[in-house]
Design a protein around this ligand. Structure first.
Ligand SMILES: [Fe+2]
Length: 576
């Protein structure tokens, strides 16, 4: 078997995807799984070494290695912009030179340290084409139009590709740096005191508590008009500073100063409402610009089916809003729309260049790969160390029955079940779950165990056949609900109040009865429970747990009583 490797790195959480010569995604690993550094963006050496070991990868069986952008292009674009627009002593310009040896320019050198491979086997795929092909990988029904919206990649921040066939993909529109929706949202994230590239989810959650009182002023700083995306960089310092993303001019718009990141933010804290108003306004700006871009893309390509990917496609609230546009028939959002998922598109690019003769057939929907491609090498004996502090209360055969019994008692179970999910959401394999009908169980999970702010929602999980009982499910974005890609309006909130967000939506996860959570939900019907609450299994500053060892450390530190693996359920021993 021959393999195609896709690599992403240096900007956001780095990762590696492995596609075989039949076009199957056979493995996907993020560097943070191994380094335990959340959002690790360094060259994914540990992930690569693991993959080389597991698949005996070498020059002999590697067909191509593809990096998810063209390094020099991106570097030169920003450097040229900075030289032209900033003074020669500007810190951003100088920083660009200083950090060149930490940037993607040294990709092939970094790769050569861990994998000896001839130069002609190394490819580079345009960044937004990598994002596009990640979407195509999961749904190759053509023709379709791809809309990519992120911070910045190669020479564009937003792009439209018209995919007439897998052999004819045309970039029909793009927006250059610094006119960027992703960088705008990150600047607001920065103003609100959250970490850029990590806190954008928090801004989205916070938006539900505010009113868009700053919409008019903010929408003058970034807008889409006459086929052009425009950002007024006098409001945004990311074009001239390495320390802050917004300028003093932006501050003048708001009634409240930027939030200090070390001061907690929650419903009962000072200025909460003002910060929520800023988040709500920014969210509305993004939603409206995205709608206009979809309308424009429909106008220039004539398509009504879309792929939507790039970091901004993680905005599950915006996706729900966009899907309401009448002309849209379907939106495909890949399970990992951000840069780490773009490694899949890069691997697929090299596959399409040299791979199968039967592209249409080999790239049919890989929906079965969505959750957990690849494998993790855990052995049952690895679980022995659980027995120091935990007793095994269920084996493989009675795992589902026991899990349902525990949940029905309103207890929380952590899961480290088979392999980890590809995307940013834990969907049951690395989750903490409880009965979503119980206010006390969800509160205990969210506030005592996970220690999250009250304004952050917990996601519901429901069997797909029961979903319409509670949620307004749109057929246009149906696939994305299986990996929490979009929120849905709640139609009946009675009995599921703990998972309903302040704007009457929920980031619902659908599953079928083959999925581990689906099996548990089916059993829970006998207890009159048809919704689970689900949050990722990690301490907030850590990546999601990966190995059993990570799981053990996390349950001990978080004081969790139950852990479920594919081999059984463990219960913490009591001291008496
Ligand atoms: Fe990107």
């Amino acid at each position: 078997m021959k393999f195609f490797i896709g690599i992403s790195g240096y900007f956001h959480d780095s990762s590696i995807a492995l596609i075989d010569s039949l076009g199957n995604l056979v493995d996907f690993k993020k560097e943070e799984y191994f380094s335990r550094i959340k959002g690790d963006k360094s060259f994914p050496r540990l992930a690569l070494q693991e993959m080389i070991k597991n698949f005996n990868l070498s020059e002999n069986n590697i067909e191509k290695v593809c990096f998810y952008e063209k390094p020099l292009k991106a570097w030169l674009k920003i450097l040229n912009y900075s030289i032209k627009n900033n003074s020669l002593v500007n810190e951003l310009t100088r920083n660009y030179f200083k950090n060149i040896w930490k940037s993607s320019i040294i990709f092939s050198y970094d790769l050569s340290k861990y994998l000896k491979i001839s130069n002609e086997k190394i490819l580079y795929c345009d960044h937004h084409l990598s994002h596009t092909l990640t979407g195509v990988f999961y749904n190759s029904e053509v023709p379709i139009t791809s809309i990519i919206v992120d911070g910045f990649g190669d020479d564009s921040t937003t792009s439209i590709h018209h995919i007439k066939s897998l052999k004819e993909i045309n970039n029909v529109w793009s927006s250059p740096f610094p006119h960027s929706i992703g960088l705008f949202y990150s600047a607001i994230t920065d103003y609100l005191g959250f970490s850029v590239n990590e806190g954008e989810y928090k801004v989205m959650g916070l938006a539900a508590y505010g009113e868009p009182t700053y919409y008019d002023s903010l929408s003058k700083t970034i807008f889409f008009k006459d086929g052009k995306l425009f950002l007024d960089d006098t409001y945004y310092d990311f074009v001239r500073s390495i320390k802050k993303s917004y300028s003093d001019k932006l501050k003048e718009i708001f009634n409240v100063k930027e939030r200090e990141s070390n001061i907690p933010l929650d419903l009962d804290r000072p200025n909460f409402k003002e910060y929520a108003n800023i988040a709500s306004s920014a969210q509305k700006v993004v939603e409206n610009i995205l709608k206009e871009i979809f309308i424009y893309a429909n106008k220039i390509t004539g398509e009504n089916r879309f792929i939507f990917s790039g970091g901004v496609a993680m905005n599950s609230v915006a996706i729900n809003q966009i899907s309401k546009l009448n002309f849209i028939k379907e939106i495909i959002i890949p399970p990992s729309p951000g840069d780490s998922g773009a490694a899949i598109g890069a691997a697929y690019y090299s596959f399409l260049q040299t791979g199968s003769n039967n592209l249409e057939e080999s790239s049919k929907s890989k929906i079965e790969n969505i959750l957990t491609p690849g494998f993790i090498k855990n052995k049952i004996s690895d679980e022995d160390f659980f027995l120091i502090n935990y007793e095994k209360i269920a084996n493989k055969d009675d795992l589902i029955d026991t899990a349902a019994e525990i949940i029905a008692k309103n207890e929380v179970i952590a899961t480290c079940y088979e392999n980890i999910e590809t995307g940013p959401r834990a969907l049951g394999h690395r989750s903490m779950i409880c009965n979503a009908h119980s206010i006390s169980a969800v509160k205990h999970l969210n506030q005592n165990i996970k220690k999250r702010s009250k304004f952050r929602p917990v996601a519901p999980v429901i069997l797909k056949q029961n979903a319409k009982k509670y949620f307004l499910i749109s057929d246009k974005i149906y696939q994305s609900y299986f990996y929490m890609g979009a929120v849905a309006e709640v139609v009946v909130s009675k009995n599921i109040e703990p998972i309903v967000h302040n704007d009457n939506t929920a980031r619902v996860q659908l599953c079928d009865e083959n999925h581990i959570l689906g099996k548990i939900l089916k059993k829970l019907e006998t207890y009159n429970i048809d919704v689970l609450a689900n949050t990722s299994f990690n301490i907030s500053s850590d990546p999601i747990v990966y190995t059993l060892e990570d799981a053990y450390l996390a349950i001990e530190r978080m004081n969790i009583r139950y852990l479920m693996t594919e081999n059984g359920i463990y219960k913490k021993k009591t001291n008496e």
